[in-house]
Design a protein around this ligand. Structure first.
Ligand SMILES: CC(=O)SCCNC(=O)CCNC(=O)[C@H](O)C(C)(C)COP(=O)(O)OP(=O)(O)OC[C@H]1O[C@@H](n2cnc3c(N)ncnc32)[C@H](O)[C@@H]1OP(=O)(O)O
Ligand SMILES: O=CC(=O)O
Ligand SMILES: [Mg+2]
Length: 715
């Protein structure tokens, strides 16, 4: 039973009210009465509109379902389908050209292309690491992963591997910062003379790439270089395990890595009630005040992790250069769908969680705005808004933040929004979506994972989909990715906002990432998502090789490459004669991902996990990847590719596999052999009741089942 207090007609869980009254409000200049009155009117005035938008989603979905059902067995009529979508208002006219006029955007968003790291906000240890991942060691990233083609061998330092790391790093330096007539590979001395970097008597080919140093000019401790807007720091130390063996005493090369980071309140967390929301908001407050700390064990010692400070260097002309020590932070609010029992409205209904996040995360960000050199030096608050369906929902987000700004006494458009282009109705109406928030938009991003889930759910009735791996090889996805960039450029985002690309969901496959993710900057994206600081460092290498603004200019001059008709090409299976083995494998692979993720979500409250797939290959699983797997099985069940009994057999078989994978965790509660735990039931709900989930989302089932488990534990 939740203890509650009344605040301006809202019934608020006591721990959330206490957090707001005693932690979040002080020093923001907003008094409690004003805050709660503004919050109450947000919940009461905007709640009905929120509900109406959700009803509209369902209305459109049922019209689309009916259209497909009426045409089962017929060849797909592309023109008729498009006309139908226009008639029901799913597809609206694109409207006139315009450009965004978002103001006061920080350079990390507007003008520095680079990696964007995402992190679950509820994990303070990871969140601090993400904020500090602005600067990371390239040596560590190469040495500690498969990036060099193999892992380091043995227990101690693998000298051969280390040498290859050093050599590879110097190849990077030669590419990004060439020296006139010489190579970093042969360099013995780095010194500063007459404001220039001199390496064994040679200058850089582009001397302006030298931006600063620390230590004495003739024996610098560090040297700061810059290429394509990104900094690279050479660290010299003679008395150092690596530096002492290096002819130039180069002990490390540190890359500006996570230029921006997203603190996630959405798909990578499990926040179902006031207790969880307070944890998320507390960490955000610590980040915005700059005082977040986490204690952790490292190498047998307890250490306290804190936020890094800004960094200063001597400029070539003898002045001072200051560089940001942390990634520019976004906060991802939840979408419009979910409600949360942390707050009840005056009729006893749960408040929409998106409204809660808007009000509370913006209030908390006021702590940053009050600081001299905090997160945003331009006085902005950056909110990623996920899972919006179409322009009406973006317009709704826009007015929500106008209300929040008024209530918190902030200038209008202080809050910038990142539009996740991850639902089909948003993709096909993207230009209108951007127009609906043209003074706030600071990013558009192709969240292709949710987008794939929505692709399946929207056309659930049209027929069986291709196998999961094949869905992403079909035409719709390329059209969606291209159109996103093209429309972003048309709307003037270049130089003002981020055009972002999606997550690298194989956290341990860094060699593959180095090979493939260069496609993102090459496609005109000025940021793309990575799952870890190490991945950020290695992905940063791509932005040294690709001048994204030059790519954007070229693409813009070339005009639009993809149109809505190509996006409407549904990735149904054209070949359906799968063997029994192929079907079993596909279902089992999906089942394993779902179960591996869900069991940790429900039993341990972990919202993002590394889960081995059927080939024992570790994948990042979050609610969006789970949505794909669950919708995929639901689609195959609905079209009789597999039956319920066989699916249940697969779920049970894979539950035992997941149990074995978690065998080392003493807190883990196995699902087999009884299969009667809440986690297993949740996974079954996602699959067997997948078709009836709103937009195929996983959160209604996950929240309900996690609350059930929490209630059981507390009884
Ligand atoms: C579709 C979407 O919405 S995508 C967005 C949602 N997804 C995400 O946010 C992914 C975020 N990433 C993660 O949560 C994690 O990297 C996982 C779950 C994928 C893997 O986690 P783990 O198995 O614990 O990672 P692993 O053991 O390899 O590494 C742990 C170390 O890396 C760090 N780390 C890993 N991921 C991150 C991250 N995203 N941010 C900061 N640090 C991180 C940890 O702090 C830890 O280092 P520490 O011991 O110094 O604290
Ligand atoms: O949020 C990202 C996605 O791919 O979904
Ligand atoms: Mg998403």
């Amino acid at each position: 039973m939740t203890n509650r207090v009344d605040r301006a007609g809202l019934s608020v869980a006591t721990e959330l009210a206490d957090f707001i009254d005693t932690q979040a409000l002080p020093e923001t200049g907003v008094d409690a009465d004003t805050f709660w009155a503004g919050f109450s009117s947000l919940i009461h005035d905007f709640g009905p509109k929120n509900k109406a938008l959700l009803d509209r989603r369902e209305e459109l979905q049922s019209q689309i379902d009916d259209w497909h059902r009426a045409r089962i067995g017929q060849a797909h009529d592309e023109a008729g389908y498009e006309a139908f979508l226009r008639k029901i208002g799913y597809l609206i006219p694109e409207g006139d050209d315009f450009t965004i006029d978002t103001a006061n955007v920080d350079p990390e968003i507007a003008s520095i292309p680079g990696p964007q790291l995402v992190v679950p906000i509820t994990n303070a240890r990871f969140a601090l690491n993400a904020a500090n991942a602005r600067w990371c060691s390239l040596y560590d990233a190469f040495y500690g992963t498969d990036a060099m083609g193999r892992l380091a061998q043995g227990k101690g330092y693998d000298r051969g591997h280390g040498s290859r790391v050093v050599a590879r790093t110097r190849v990077f330096l030669d590419d990004a910062f060439p020296i006139q007539g010489a190579s970093h590979g042969d360099a013995e001395t780095y010194a500063v003379s007459d404001g220039q970097l001199v390496t064994d008597g040679n200058l850089l080919m582009m001397p302006e790439q030298f931006v600063g140093y620390t230590g004495a000019p003739d024996k610098p401790e560090t040297i700061m270089l810059k290429n394509n807007g990104l900094h690279v720091e050479l660290v010299f130390k003679k008395d150092h395990p690596i530096g002492s063996h290096d002819r130039a005493t180069l002990a490390d090369v540190r890359l500006e890595s996570a230029v921006s980071a997203i603190m996630d309140c959405e798909d990578s967390v499990a926040c179902v009630d006031a207790e969880d929301k307070v944890l998320a908001y507390t960490n955000w407050l610590g980040l915005m005040r700059g005082d977040l700390e986490a204690e952790l064990e490292k190498g047998g010692k307890t250490v306290t992790r804190r936020l890094s400070e800004d960094r200063t260097f001597t400029a070539p002309d003898g002045g001072i250069v200051t560089l940001k020590g942390r990634a520019l932070l976004w906060i991802r609010n939840v979408g419009h769908l979910m409600t949360n029992p942390a707050i009840l409205d005056r009729d006893g209904n749960e408040a929409y969680e998106g409204l809660m996040d808007a009000m509370i995360t913006t209030l908390i960000a006021k702590h940053d705005l009050a600081r001299e050199s905090g997160n945003s030096v331009h006085g902005s608050v950056y909110v990623v808004k996920p899972k919006m369906h179409g322009p009406e929902e973006v317009a709704f987000t826009n007015v929500i933040f106008t209300h929040v700004e008024k209530a918190l006494n902030l200038p209008q458009h202080t809050v910038k929004i990142g539009i996740m282009d991850e639902e089909r109705r948003t993709s096909v109406n993207l230009k209108a979506c951007i127009r609906a928030a043209k003074s706030r938009v600071a990013f558009i991003n192709t969240g292709f994972l949710d987008r794939t889930g929505d692709e399946i759910h929207t056309s659930m009735e049209a027929g069986p989909f291709s196998r999961k791996d094949f869905i992403k090889r079909k035409g719709w996805i390329g059209a969606y990715e291209d159109q996103n960039v093209d429309i972003g450029l048309e709307c003037g985002l270049s130089g003002k906002a981020q055009i972002g690309k999606g997550m690298w969901a194989m956290p341990d496959a860094m060699a593959a990432m180095i090979e493939q993710k260069i496609a993102h900057p090459k496609s005109g994206a000025n940021c793309a998502w990575v799952p870890s600081p190490t991945a950020a460092t290695l992905h940063a290498l791509h932005y040294h090789r690709v001048d994204v603004f030059a790519v954007q200019a070229k693409l813009k001059a070339g005009g639009r490459r993809a149109y809505v008709q190509a996006l409407l090409d549904i990735p149904l299976a054209s070949y359906k004669a799968w063997t029994k083995d192929q079907i079993e494998r596909e279902v089992e692979n999906n089942a394993q991902g779902i179960l591996g993720y869900v069991v940790r979500w429900i039993d341990a409250g972990v919202g993002c996990s590394k889960v081995p797939d059927i080939n024992n290959f570790a994948l990042m699983e979050d609610r969006a990847t789970c949505r794909i797997s669950a919708q995929h099985i639901a689609n195959w069940l609905h079209h009789d590719i597999v039956n319920e009994a066989d699916t249940l057999v697969a779920m049970r078989k894979m539950a035992a596999v997941v149990d074995a994978q978690n065998g080392d965790d003493p807190t883990y509660r196995p699902m087999a052999p009884d299969f009667d735990g809440i986690a297993f039931q949740a996974a079954c709900d996602l699959v067997f009741r997948g078709r009836e989930q709103p937009s195929g989302y996983t959160e209604p089932v996950l929240h309900r089942r996690r609350l059930e488990l929490k209630a059981q534990r507390n009884s």
